[in-house]
Ligand binder design. Structure first.
Ligand code: FDA
Length: 392
């Protein structure tokens, strides 16, 4: 039986960081993944350029049953630390917007960088290696692999979330957590397009492909970014962001012209030229098809002169306080992340070690810490992976 100090399951962002760091401390590390290539989600991320961090990453950008849990790891390994690593590997990068950093070249550079970091730590990488049973061994853990059973003092679970099964996502990490008595916060798809029921979809179908800047709201949370009408409902950054806060059965609020006092503009236009049409006025500020849709939905007569103040208020609300109830989301098939996961109440926030199971660590997306869109999820993977790598 081969003995390692540390076995890491999952060669994604978090697992590779944990393995590299533990290896550089002199620990004998094995990292295994059932996929044939390491870091597949890194490779496809950010449209192939990997939005590898966000310079503003702070605990407020993360969703968790315990919003304070991420503070320690995020402050021990910060976006600046990852930027310094990227620069040491001479990878050119740029800031796109809102603090989001991308490779100038290809996301593959980040995968290659993490593989090189693991090589510095003499880490053994086994790909195409499904993991069987995991249990306690004489001095730590026993892990069944196809060819042999290995032993390790520490086991780091970095198997990610449930999104995009065809890329290797499984519930294995949650099963290991339950096996060792850890709780799971209910999982659901996050950063995911929202869908409409057929009757609403019929009305919005002509809008598919239109993008506008908008504010999307759910409860007290709002995001001011682009919104995209699709053949299934809504997408675009504003919707992906708000989807992580939306619960089935609830409505979301949309402002489609957030910087405009639409009621005042409608009243002024009516006073100046009553023969102007509601849809024509709106189309000065938004795509024509959307303007026509709003005019129809709010039941306004075509000419402004024929619209009472009450009708203009309805138009105003349809533009800047559109309450719309999605009937669901596109689910894990297209979700960028999984909300929920291993309950942080059972983990030490400094090391990611299970409080009552010495030597067992959970890092990255498998943990109940989910970031906004914009590089935050990779930063959590790096920070939590790094933290476990110092301790495992
Ligand atoms: P990750 O999912 O990366 O890795 C888990 C690994 O475990 C996988 O390699 C998998 O094969 C392996 N595994 C699973 N089950 C196993 C088993 N039973 N046995 C062995 N191995 C197993 N985030 C961001 O910050 N910026 C971005 O630009 C993007 N873009 C993006 C695009 C798309 C399309 C998606 C789907 C997601 C993003 N994300 C993102 C989110 C980001 O990719 C995600 O949060 C991190 O990859 C999570 O890193 P982990 O290492 O935790 O899991």
């Amino acid at each position: 039986m081969t003995r390692f100090d540390v076995v890491v399951i999952g060669a994604g962002a978090a697992g590779m960081m944990a393995a590299a760091e533990a290896g550089k401390r002199g620990r004998r590390v094995l990292i295994v993944d059932h996929a044939r290539t390491a870091g597949e989600k890194i490779r496809i991320s950010g449209g192939g350029r990997c939005n590898f961090t966000n310079v503003g990453a702070a605990p407020a950008n993360f969703i968790s049953a315990n919003p304070r849990f991420a503070i320690s790891a995020l402050s021990r390994y910060r976006p600046q630390d990852f930027i310094a690593l990227v620069e040491r590997h001479k990878i050119a990068w740029h800031e796109k917007k809102l603090g989001q950093l991308f490779c100038d070249g290809s996301a593959r550079q980040i995968v290659e960088m993490m593989i090189a970091e693991m090589a510095f730590g003499d880490v053994t990488l086994r790909l195409g290696c499904p993991v069987g049973a995991v249990g306690h061994g004489p001095d730590g853990y026993r892990i069944d692999l196809p060819e042999e059973t290995v032993e390790a003092q520490s086991l780091v679970v970095a198997t990610g979330g449930l999104s995009i099964a065809k890329m290797g996502a499984t519930d294995f990490g949650y099963r290991i957590a339950r096996q060792f008595g850890l709780a799971i916060v209910e999982t659901r798809p996050g950063l995911v397009p929202l869908t409409f029921e057929p009757a609403l979809l019929e009305k919005t179908a002509p809008l598919a492909g239109l993008a506008v800047d908008a504010i999307a709201r759910a409860g007290k949370t709002s995001f001011d970014e682009a919104l995209l009408f699709t053949h299934r409902g809504l997408s675009g950054p504003a919707i992906l962001q708000i989807s992580s806060y939306w619960r089935p059965g609830e409505a979301i609020g949309l402002s489609l012209l957030p910087s405009m006092d639409v009621l005042a503009a409608l009243k002024a236009a009516r006073a100046a030229n009553g023969r102007q049409q509601v849809a024509t006025l709106l189309s000065e500020q938004m795509p024509k098809r959307l303007a026509q849709f709003i005019a129809n939905e709010s039941g306004a007569r075509p000419n402004l002169a024929d619209c009472s103040d009450a009708v203009l208020k309805t138009v105003d609300a349809a533009v800047n306080n559109w309450r719309v109830k999605p009937n669901g989301s596109e689910g894990y098939r297209t979700a960028e992340v999984t909300l929920g996961g291993v309950d942080t109440a059972g983990l030490d926030s400094k090391t990611m070690q299970a409080k009552v199971v010495p030597g067992l660590y959970f890092v990255g997306e498998v943990v109940d810490v989910t970031g906004w869109l914009g590089g935050y999820n990779f930063q959590w993977a790096w920070s939590s992976g790094w933290s476990a790598g110092q301790a495992a």
